[in-house]
Design a protein around this ligand. Structure first.
Ligand SMILES: [Zn+2]
Length: 172
């Protein structure tokens, strides 16, 4: 086990009342803190409450999975030391605000992910997402940050190792 999650708040689907979601989220933050593990956070249109609960509970290291917030929030959360993970939507035609958000995140706070089986990146959009498609999301991130693809791939891999395996990870 390398992390607790994903957990968080979903105000789009709201399959549980917000108060119930908040209680479960708080319990997961405490669990991550007690276990000394990173917390992988799901957030759909719940930016303020997610941030408030993480601040109140004193969250350990945080990965914002499938980040979907505006650029100002990306700037603030990255400055707080949280990792921002971007998925297929980074490649979508109408996602200029999301690309601007990614542009504002320092390299050492960036991750990419599939969110498989959902959110396959362009040009695979609509298919069942799988790890092989991650290259398209990575290329989009390289293009918008101006970092060479190989260099960015190394940075992202190191970020992932650092967050999920920390000093226990041994490169072979
Ligand atoms: Zn999620």
């Amino acid at each position: 086990m390398v992390a607790v999650g994903e957990t968080g708040l979903d105000y789009v689907h709201e399959r549980a009342p917000r108060a119930v979601q908040a209680d479960a989220f708080r319990a997961h933050v405490r669990l991550a803190r007690a276990a000394g593990l990173p917390l992988v956070v799901h957030n759909r249109e719940a930016h303020d409450d997610v941030e408030r609960i993480l601040r109140e509970e004193g969250a350990p290291s945080v990965v914002m999975h499938c980040f979907s917030g505006p650029p100002e929030i990306a700037t603030r959360w990255a400055a707080m030391g949280w990792m921002l993970s971007f998925a297929g939507p980074l490649t979508f035609a109408r996602a200029d605000a999301l690309r601007e958000a990614a542009r504002r995140v320092p390299a050492d706070r960036l991750l990419i992910e599939t969110d498989a089986p959902y959110l396959a990146p362009a040009p695979m959009r609509g298919r069942r997402c799988e790890p092989a498609f991650l290259v398209h999301t990575g290329r989009a991130l390289a293009a918008l940050t101006g970092v060479a693809e190989d260099a960015l791939a190394r940075v992202l891999a190191e970020n992932g190792k650092r967050v999920f395996f920390g000093p226990r990870f041994v490169v072979r």
